[in-house]
Write a protein of this length. Structure first.
Length: 94
């Protein structure tokens, strides 16, 4: 499993969440199996998202598409996005 981890500040969480929920990248059809949205407890305008994929190729394709989209919305719904791809090595639930 591959996780695309994204972090960025937002000027307004509610406005950003509305844009995120509109799903401009069509997450399900792009191979996203599950996602998590995080909001910083100390900086409420800092969000992080984990998108889970079955394979690296799907995650890389999503990241390429996101980079194009980010250029169009930079400064309006979010700023300075950072993204990393991770391979899940272990998951344990208690």
């Amino acid at each position: 499993m591959t996780v695309l981890h994204i972090e960025h500040p937002v000027p307004n969480y509610e406005g950003w969440k509305k844009a995120f929920d509109s799903d401009p990248m069509n997450r399900k059809n792009s191979g996203v199996k599950k996602y998590r949205v995080y909001r910083s407890t100390k900086e409420p305008n800092l969000v992080a998202i984990d998108l889970e994929f079955d394979d690296l190729a799907s995650a890389e394709k999503m990241l390429a598409g996101l980079k194009i989209m980010w250029q169009k919305v930079e400064g309006s719904v979010m700023t300075s996005p950072k993204a990393c791809l991770f391979e899940v090595m272990e998951t344990i639930e208690f």
